[in-house]
Design a protein around this ligand. Structure first.
Ligand SMILES: [Zn+2]
Length: 81
């Protein structure tokens, strides 16, 4: 069983094959980058990943805050339909 802090997806899992043929899972920190739309992959404007800010200031506080404006519009429309 991996350590408790590794039982989430906070770390990236990388499976490696060792010279002895054994396969092990390494846990790596995720690559940081600009936040992107979950649906189309466009970079989201105005999102800060700085830790010093409160959580509510890091992300837009509305439904579909992980989508760009165009995709969230479509998502809302499909909800209403
Ligand atoms: Zn999008």
């Amino acid at each position: 069983m991996p350590a408790r802090r590794l039982r989430t997806r906070a770390y990236r899992r990388v499976s490696l094959r060792l010279p002895g043929g054994r396969t092990v899972v390494r846990y790596e920190e995720r690559r940081k980058g600009q936040a992107r739309c979950r649906r189309c992959g466009l970079p989201l404007p105005g999102q800060s990943s700085r830790r010093s800010l409160p959580r509510s200031s890091r992300k837009a506080n509305r439904p579909f805050s992980d989508l760009c404006s165009r995709c969230s519009r479509e998502a809302l429309r499909s909800l209403l339909r």
